[in-house]
Design a binder for this molecule. Structure first.
Ligand code: AP5
Ligand code: MG
Length: 214
């Protein structure tokens, strides 16, 4: 059951499962700060920081950025938002990250959601994804909500992410199976995992997500 006391929602799911799409809605409805480690890393790349330069080499080939780098980034975010409810999108991704997270989230109530989608569907979704350069809103060429003028609702230009190339997508899916899937068992053992079938339209999935949150 999700109520005002719940302070931390963890959103798991393969690349392209729809984490970012649902995260935007969850954060708005339940008044949570949305922390996407992928978005933070892409901002570092855009700003040409040292962290961004080293992360880019991993991201371009679909590998995970090292745990210590990610944990430091997330811990800083938590220390800046100590009193806020937080929604995690794309973190944790390894057992080491989940153990690190547990060390600095003591006292928070945790709910974990996993959006489950078949590999074929995620490959299709990622190949036709477009994102806004300015506000980062997520679109898809195959959905009826795709803007005919190819501009975001904020007016920003849409672009295709560098890691949405077929070869990189395949690597990201293999990395997910090997390094992130074990988290399903990790959180199931802690008793607060909800698995959500990610098939159907974004609105269908949103109905299931709200049902799981309660
Ligand atoms: P990250 O940015 O987190 O990417 P990801 O996990 O690969 O997931 P995506 O953002 O690609 O997919 P999504 O599940 O958010 O789906 P979306 O909603 O966009 O990470 C990128 C890289 O950064 C990693 O590979 C790694 O290198 C690094 N990194 C990040 N975090 C890290 C960490 N913790 N540790 C180490 N390294 C890290 O939807 C996809 C498309 O489908 C969109 O076009 C959308 O419109 C569409 N769509 C959504 N829902 C539906 C639906 N129900 N039906 C049809 N289409 C749909
Ligand atoms: Mg995402």
């Amino acid at each position: 059951m999700f109520d005002e006391k719940v302070k931390l929602v963890i959103l798991l799911g393969a690349p392209g499962a729809g984490k970012g799409t649902q995260a935007e809605r969850i954060a708005a409805k339940y008044n949570l700060k949305h922390l996407s480690t992928g978005d933070l890393l892409r901002a570092e790349i855009e700003n040409s920081t040292e962290l961004g330069k080293s992360a880019q080499a991993y991201m371009n080939v679909g590998k995970l950025v090292p745990d210590d780098v990610i944990l430091k980034m997330v811990e800083t975010y938590f220390s800046r938002h100590a009193d806020c409810g937080i929604l995690l999108d794309g973190f944790p991704r390894t057992i080491a990250q989940a153990e690190g997270l547990a060390r600095f989230t003591v006292g928070r109530n945790i709910l974990t959601l996993s959006i489950d989608v078949e590999a074929d569907a995620v490959i299709e979704r990622l190949s036709s994804r477009r994102s806004c350069k300015v506000c980062k809103k997520i679109y898809n060429l195959a959905l009826p909500t795709y803007p005919p003028d190819e501009r975001c609702e904020c007016g920003g230009e849409l672009y295709q992410r560098d890691d949405d190339k077929p070869e990189t997508i395949r690597n990201r899916l293999a990395v997910y199976d090997a390094q992130t899937m074990p988290l399903i068992e990790f959180y199931r053992n802690q008793g607060f995992l909800h698995r959500i079938p990610g098939s159907g339209s974004p609105d269908d999935v949103w109905t299931k997500v709200q049902g799981a949150i309660g």
